[in-house]
Design a binder for this molecule. Structure first.
Ligand SMILES: [Mg+2]
Length: 286
């Protein structure tokens, strides 16, 4: 069946995560120093390093279970590191395990994330513009589905000066393990757990909010999962659900991928693909 819809993830898929991550991490670290003092910077760096060392078994859990490797991108790593840092340094309230205090830490984490993200100069993968424009010339529908806000991504996308219009569907909450708000039967084939030999924790594919967004895109474009190619840089977060719904998926490699991600793609057979750059997406359309 020919592809009629291509869905791109945004951060790390279209953007240069190394360049942007460097800026993000510097801004985040500056904020940590201003809030907690330069004396705590070694502990902050230690927290970041420990998150990276323990991933992918250490997963990013926004309250409903681990949904991506803890080191999948600098944004996730910093969020996880903040909690470890606060506990290790026994910071008042922020370092506490009490649920009420956890909410305070999570609010601070959100504020730091947004402040640091806002300081990034948009940097795209060098081939992003050409690949998006070529894809738009070859398939009737191109969308961007992202956890980031629609407004922010639309604004960043303007820096790419695309000659085509690409609609952004933001706040997809791909990290939320939950049931869909409607069309439940379409999720019937998606298991609660997926176990892989090289990952001890299970993958949790039932992402209800992400499903809601995908369903809406399929309904708005009059396409089906079988006519869709989803492109992402985090296999577990971006690609597992659409693949289990019947879509083809393409992993654009991150600097530090994990063995279990390759296992997922291998299990998907011809529906899965991977390449170091976005160029590989064009080959998938041939
Ligand atoms: Mg991404």
């Amino acid at each position: 069946m020919s592809t009629r819809l291509v869905i791109f993830d945004f951060d790390g898929t279209l953007t240069d995560i190394v360049a942007e991550g460097r800026q993000f991490e510097a801004a985040y670290t500056r904020a940590v120093r201003e809030l907690f003092g330069a004396v705590r910077l070694p502990a902050w760096r230690q927290a970041l390093a420990s998150v990276v060392a323990e991933a992918p078994e250490l997963g990013w859990d926004m309250g409903s279970g681990a949904t991506a490797p803890g080191d999948a991108d600098p944004y996730i790593t910093a969020t996880l590191a903040l909690a470890r840092f606060a506990r290790a340094e026994r910071l008042p309230i922020l370092g506490s395990e009490e649920p009420a205090h956890e909410a305070v830490r999570s609010a601070l984490g959100g504020a730091l994330y947004h402040a640091a993200y806002a300081e990034i100069t948009p940097t795209f993968r060098p081939e992003a513009r050409r690949v998006i424009e070529e894809v738009a010339g070859r398939v009737p529908h191109v969308r961007i589905v992202t956890n980031s806000s629609t407004a922010k991504v639309t604004e960043k996308l303007a820096h790419l000066s695309l000659s085509v219009q690409v609609q952004v569907d933001g706040d997809a909450r791909k990290f939320e393990v939950s049931e869909p708000s409607s069309n439940l039967s379409a999720m019937a084939g998606v298991p609660v757990w997926w176990r892989l030999p090289s990952l001890q924790r299970p993958i949790l594919p039932r992402r209800g909010r992400y499903f809601d967004v995908l369903s809406r895109v399929w309904s708005e474009t009059g396409t089906t999962p079988a006519e869709t190619l989803v492109v992402g840089d985090i296999v577990e977060l971006d690609l597992v659900l659409p693949a289990l719904l019947g879509a083809a998926v393409h992993y654009v490699e991150r600097p530090r991928g994990h063995a279990y991600e390759a296992e997922v793609l291998a299990e998907l057979g011809s529906r899965g693909g991977t390449s170091p750059t976005l160029e590989g997406v064009l080959e998938r359309l041939d």
